[in-house]
Design a protein around this ligand. Structure first.
Ligand SMILES: C[S@@+](CC[C@H](N)C(=O)[O-])C[C@H]1O[C@@H](n2cnc3c(N)ncnc32)[C@H](O)[C@@H]1O
Length: 403
């Protein structure tokens, strides 16, 4: 006997307008990472998915399922926004009128705390707080006018972020589907001194041509960002596997669909018990914390952590075949004095030249001047890192040096 499913009118509308309809999504990235993110999206989404690089990220058309997929798998995006509405408004009356028509109940559960983030340029409406206030009021009004709690749902615990972009008197409303920024993988504790962002580390690995099959040495690992990102790539573990997302508290969330996606991803995970990612640091606390995270997240089969000084370590102790060495030495304004970090940087290059012949490298330099002093050929990318611009260099250390 089949049981008739009673679908409330609201559920039907959510199915029609949110789940079943193609929408515009925006994967926001750090400047310089847009192209890599677009390449990631091309692999993830069905071929022919309309997408384009726009200022600050990549826009694409897709369904809610694609939004789940992108959140779970993108390594280089900061967050993923879903477009709600876009309309013209050049004064507050017009804005209020248009906002009244927004069906917030399709995007927010009753009682959801919201945070409104406004950006404005070339628009007559430029007072951000006043605009945010109007949006907040329209949400409150929508839920006060209508009885949407047709079915008991758990009290929302996540603050949903609504992004309002005003540009040339056009208002674009979007909702953040990610919640915490996507570089927060849910693996490491946030206690390290100067960690590199996971999104930047992943981009560096991608730029270096890391395949996930060759050995990797991260000999100044700190919190181990390079090592962990590499392990996720090598074992085909989705970077979002260990965290939650804001969309899980949307009225459109389909837990079964999500579970299905996770199970499918789980089946592709590669198991290994021969570590070929070697992370070390001379700071015993950093190494111990990393060791804990690695064990907790079942990564000890692939990452070996040790307390070692980079200058006493030779990669031949770890592996016979050259692979990728990733180095993010401490620098200037973030760790140690400028002169110290420059001297350290140059000795790092010397050590690489002596011990890592034939290895591919990812090297982070504090500035372009130092990057220019690297004694082997490299490709330099200028990327944002903790409010600074750093030079990220990739290349291969030659087998022989001509002096
Ligand atoms: C900028 S931090 C690395 C951050 C790391 N990429 C992360 O994401 O957390 C630099 C690290 O180099 C380590 N370090 C400095 N000199 C070292 C040396 N001679 N040998 C090994 N580690 C060293 C420091 O202890 C620090 O953890």
């Amino acid at each position: 006997m089949t049981r008739a499913t009673t679908e409330t009118p609201l559920k039907k509308r959510i199915k029609r307008h949110v789940i079943g309809r193609e929408r515009l999504f925006f994967a926001a990235t750090a400047p310089g990472l847009e192209t890599i993110c677009q390449e990631e999206l091309k692999v993830l989404l069905p071929s022919g998915t309309p997408m384009a690089i726009v200022e600050g990220g990549v826009e694409f058309k897709g369904r809610l399922h694609d939004c789940y997929l992108a959140n779970l798998n993108l390594r280089t995006a900061n967050r993923l926004l879903m477009r709600i509405e876009s309309f013209h408004a050049a004064n507050f009356r017009e804005l209020e009128k248009k906002l009244t028509a927004v069906p917030w109940e399709l995007f927010l559960l009753p009682g959801t705390p919201t945070h409104i983030r406004v950006t404005a340029r070339h628009s007559r409406l430029y007072h951000k707080d006043a605009v945010a206030g109007r949006v907040q009021t329209s949400i409150a009004f929508c839920f006060a006018q209508n009885e949407f709690s047709e079915e008991a749902s758990p009290e929302p615990t996540v603050t949903q972020q609504i992004f309002v972009r005003l540009s040339d008197n056009r208002v674009t409303l979007s909702i953040d589907s990610s919640g915490d920024l996507l570089h927060k993988r849910g693996i490491k504790p946030c206690t390290a001194k100067a960690p590199i962002r996971e999104t930047l580390a992943a981009a560096a690995l991608i730029l270096s041509g890391y395949t996930g099959t060759e050995p990797l040495v991260d000999p100044m690992c700190g919190s181990g960002t390079f090592a962990i990102e590499a392990a996720l790539i090598a074992r085909k573990i989705p970077p979002g596997r260990f965290r939650d997302f804001a969309f899980m508290q949307w009225p459109s969330f389909q837990p079964k669909r999500w579970q299905h996606m996770i199970q499918a991803a789980e089946k592709k995970i590669v198991r290994t018990n021969t570590p070929f990612i070697f992370a070390s640091d001379r700071d015993d606390r950093a190494a111990r914390e990393l060791e804990d995270s690695v064990t907790q997240h079942d990564l000890s089969g692939i990452i070996a952590v040790s307390i070692r000084d980079f200058f006493d370590l030779s990669p031949t102790e770890l592996t016979n075949s050259p692979g990728l060495v990733t180095l993010n030495p401490p620098f200037g304004r973030r760790l140690g004095s400028r002169r110290e970090s420059e001297a350290l940087f140059l000795s790092v290059c010397e050590r690489l030249q002596k011990e890592y012949k034939g290895w591919k490298f990812v090297l982070i330099a504090p500035n372009l001047r130092l990057a220019g002093m690297v004694p082997f050929r490299s490709t330099t990318h200028l990327l944002p890192h903790g409010g600074l611009k750093v030079a990220l260099m990739t290349g291969r250390i030659p087998d022989k040096f001509i002096s």
